[in-house]
Write a protein that binds this ligand. Structure first.
Ligand SMILES: [Cu+2]
Length: 183
């Protein structure tokens, strides 16, 4: 680890919560002291997978045709705690606005609606997927081409913030005609 990445790490960790600081000192412990020290500390501080309350996977962003105004991101949220956690906001540089949306059936039509939050049950998971919850990008600043990555920041009601990188993928939108977008 060179000096720059170490100082970046320090900067990153100094903005996170105490729990992560504990993780970091744990990491230092393993570097400075013996493996024995590390395994002992690990038992004391045993935490859920991925060292965080919510883990994210299967994330991707829908590729767009040229000059498209909107797109969406999909992912799976897993709650590693025994308390309910809510996803309350999302941000990204790629669009003017980023909102949480759901699809609802109204008058026999599927429509998109903005929602305040997406709940992840204790020790459960919630999928954001086509036809259901999604992260909506409104007013895209550029075309989204397959193979690119999009930086997305997720905010949770427990104060946690997660940065993820989501690959841009083409999605079969064969049922697109049935959807009406209302904002
Ligand atoms: Cu939407």
């Amino acid at each position: 680890m060179d000096f720059i990445s170490l100082s970046n790490l320090l900067l990153l960790f100094s903005t996170q919560q105490g729990k992560i600081m504990k993780r970091f000192s744990l990491l230092l412990c393993s570097l400075v002291f013996s493996l024995n020290c590390f395994s002992q500390a690990l038992e004391e501080h045993a935490q859920p997978a991925e060292n965080q309350d919510v883990s994210i996977d299967k994330q991707y962003v829908r590729a767009t045709p040229p000059h498209a105004k909107n797109s969406a991101a999909f992912l799976m949220l897993t709650n590693n705690t025994d308390k309910e956690i809510k996803l309350v906001a999302v941000s990204s540089d790629i669009a003017e606005r980023v909102e949480l949306h759901n699809h609802i059936k109204e008058d026999g039509m599927m429509k998109m609606r903005q929602v305040e939050e997406v709940t992840i049950a204790a020790n459960g998971n919630t999928s954001l997927q086509p036809g259901g919850y999604h992260v909506m990008f409104l007013g895209l600043k550029k075309d989204l081409t397959e193979g690119e990555n999009v930086d997305i920041r997720l905010f949770f009601d427990n104060g946690d913030e997660l940065n993820i990188e989501a690959p841009v993928k083409k999605i079969n939108m064969s049922n697109k005609k049935k959807h009406t977008h209302t904002h």
